[in-house]
Design a protein around this ligand. Structure first.
Ligand SMILES: [Zn+2]
Ligand SMILES: [Zn+2]
Length: 368
């Protein structure tokens, strides 16, 4: 096997930024009086660059999970560059390969090669060879423009701008250390956790065909990207945190942008499909138990089928009910009332089937 060559630029950048941050903090605290406004500056740039990676580079450009107004896309491309994680073009292509070849030698950040490799090591050895880019990325003028001017944009927005703002606020050093150096290090490692920890630590709720995990703590650190098992199973969905209470600020941002007309065509995988994957995974885990008793297989399978059937019926009726209500303006209309009753019954049947499934599988030792 060919010995990988060290990428000097990447290695120097990734090792020098933490050193500069520590030295900068020391210099700042020994020469100036600490002021919270620089922490605020850190936070503004941390959120703007981090969410440009998750909502822009990742969900919009790499996965095309929704469409964005050119102004919103431009914001993502400017502040995404300031995160110093490559141009959107290269980032998205690498990420698509990660999804397609996950856990193999072709996966750029293969988690099978250990924590350090998938976290940061792969960037040290990233080759400068020409990549082949997908057609949609090649054709996108804004993405191409950002790629050509990546370094200039990154330095201008990511270093010059916070330093200048710091200077205007009273401390050039404060602006540089908090808004640029330290912020770059934090944004880097939070994103890197998705490639490393989110493939090692957490639950495999929807699939075990790859190493991706759902992890709420990581979701908090990464604007919702920690629901990585869901994401690998349903990569086209604009959400990573499925439930409304799942901490997914990227999803909330996309929904807000959609409400004010900056984003549209938000892709969602049908609930039935997601539910089916979850239940199948629960069954699979049950069957993998060492003390699994084969005589229960038929019962488990019939419960699962009943569950899928009642869920499907409930979802279909819910949609029908919604459409009927829109069609017939009066909510008190006889037909609407009748449909409401049918929906209630279907819901009760689904809930009963789900409860039955949970009790049965729990009794057989599935704690999933
Ligand atoms: Zn992944
Ligand atoms: Zn992805």
């Amino acid at each position: 096997m060919k010995r990988p060559k060290l990428n000097i630029t990447n290695t120097l950048f990734l090792t020098l930024t933490p050193i500069i941050s520590v030295l900068g903090l020391y210099f700042y605290f020994s020469h100036e009086v600490f002021e919270w406004r620089y922490v605020f500056l850190f936070f503004i740039f941390y959120v703007a660059t981090g969410i440009s990676i998750t909502a822009g580079y990742h969900r919009l450009i790499a996965h095309r999970a929704y469409q964005a107004n050119p102004l919103l896309k431009l914001f993502y491309l400017l502040f995404g560059a300031a995160a110093f994680q490559n141009s959107a073009l290269k980032w998205a292509q690498d990420h698509r390969i990660h999804h397609n070849k996950v856990d193999t030698d072709l996966d750029p950040y293969n988690a099978g090669r250990g924590f350090w490799f998938s976290h940061i090591g792969w960037i040290f050895f990233q080759e400068d060879t020409e990549m082949t880019f997908d057609k949609d990325l090649q054709k996108d003028k804004l993405i191409q423009w950002q790629h050509r001017n990546y370094l200039f944009i990154a330095v201008f927005i990511g270093i010059f701008m916070p330093t200048l703002l710091g200077w205007l606020m009273g401390s050039l050093v404060g602006g540089f250390v908090f808004g640029a150096a330290l912020r770059i290090v934090f944004t880097h490692h939070c994103t890197f956790f998705i490639n490393s920890l989110a493939h090692i630590w957490g639950k495999q709720t929807y699939t075990d065909e790859n190493s991706a995990r759902d992890n709420t703590i990581l979701a908090i650190l990464t604007y919702g990207e920690g629901y990585h098992n869901f994401h690998h199973k349903f990569q086209g969905d604009y959400r990573n945190g499925l439930k409304w209470y799942h901490f997914d600020p990227t999803k909330w941002l996309i929904q807000t942008c959609s409400a004010i007309g900056l984003a549209d065509k938000l892709k969602r995988v049908p609930e039935e499909e997601i539910f089916r994957a979850k239940v199948r995974m629960q069954k699979k885990r049950l069957l993998q138990k060492r003390d699994w008793k084969h005589e229960y297989l038929e019962a488990v399978e019939s419960l699962r089928l009943r569950l899928e059937e009642t869920q499907q019926k409930f979802r279909a009726l819910k949609l029908e009910y919604k459409n009927l209500k829109l069609e017939l303006a009066s909510a008190k209309h006889e037909k609407v009332e009748e449909m409401r009753l049918r929906l209630q019954v279907a819901k009760a049947e689904f809930r009963a089937a789900y409860r039955h499934w949970k009790l049965y599988t729990r009794a057989l030792g599935n704690n999933a």
